[in-house]
Design a protein around this ligand. Structure first.
Ligand code: GUN
Length: 294
């Protein structure tokens, strides 16, 4: 059984990006820049945003941060994003999700300029992805592809079962895998799927993105399956200083011995998501700078 660690893959990506960033700064005289918008004080969101800001700093990107209270008015958020769209010194815009219930997430995402949509969540980005046109691709699915490529796991002709149909992971993952050139056969399962275990049991590659701790157990996977665990779930653990530990959607202890390869949590897919956000931001900066913006 091979452990598919994200760190060497992310490191390789960062080496490439540092080089591209230095070249960009030399050519244009300024750094790629990411605008980060965070609403409220959800600890997980705060932690993700801090990791994204740190990645910018590590790579030589700049970041501008906009923090709002939980009760921010939707119009104020829209005004912020509109200003970022028009600001030539900003290349990528990231609005950390989830947003509070009084904010219509779709309206916010649709306000982001497609050219700065480094999360790949805008409907136009999603549509372009589905029909195989160039676009920004959601960072977690993109990271999973890079992870599979790095470890020479070919998906062509394979049966990939995805559990979870979110707009952030499940749907874009399926869109990527079915494209000509990737050529996987994809089954997309969700909470209403009948006899889930009989389908996951047919997977050559299983991608778990359900958001439920240890949901995939050994009886749901077949011997030799490649298992990609997208879950990052906090479970209480009094033995830890911070009071919790992170576990995936896969019950690692029981599933790992049956799999041919498996991603750990933490240290698997999660680190790739941030690396791909930086990759998308680099692309956005290169594209806008080449067009003469700024
Ligand atoms: N919340 C959970 N994952 C993501 C992500 O990839 N991007 C943003 N903006 N919010 C998230």
């Amino acid at each position: 059984m091979q452990v598919l660690r994200g760190k060497p893959v992310a490191e390789q990506t960062y080496v490439e990006l540092r080089q591209r960033c230095a070249q960009f700064v030399e050519e244009y005289g300024y750094a790629p820049s990411l605008a980060v918008v965070l609403v409220g004080s959800d600890p997980a969101s705060q932690s993700y945003v801090a990791s994204k800001q740190k990645a910018c700093e590590d790579l030589g990107f700049s970041h501008v941060d906009h923090y709002y209270d939980e009760d921010v008015a939707q119009d104020d958020l829209i005004a912020c994003i509109t200003a970022l769209n028009e600001d030539p010194s900003v290349h990528g815009i990231l609005v950390q999700l989830p947003l509070p219930p009084h904010i219509d997430e779709s309206s916010i995402i649709e306000t982001i300029s497609v050219e700065k949509d480094v999360d790949g969540f805008h409907p136009q980005s999603v549509g372009n992805l589905l029909i195989g046109r160039p676009c920004f691709v959601s960072c977690t699915p993109l990271g999973i592809l890079r992870l599979l490529d790095y470890y020479h796991i070919d998906v062509s002709g394979k049966h990939v079962v995805i559990v979870g149909r979110s707009n952030i992971v499940g749907k874009p993952m399926a869109s990527l895998l079915i494209q000509k050139g990737r050529d996987a056969t994809v089954t997309l399962c969700h909470s209403k799927t009948s006899d889930l275990a009989s389908i996951t049991g047919q997977a050559d590659i299983l991608i778990a993105a359900i958001g439920r701790a240890n949901f995939i157990t050994a009886s749901m996977v077949r011997q030799g399956c490649v298992v990609i665990d997208v879950g990052i779930n906090r479970v209480d653990d009094a033995s830890r200083v911070r009071g919790y530990r992170l576990v995936g959607d896969v019950d690692y202890e029981s599933v790992a011995p049956k799999s041919s390869a498996i991603t750990p949590v933490p240290g698997g897919v999660g680190v790739m998501t941030i690396a791909m956000l930086m990759y998308n931001t680099m692309r956005a900066a290169e594209h806008l700078a080449a067009k003469g913006q700024r």
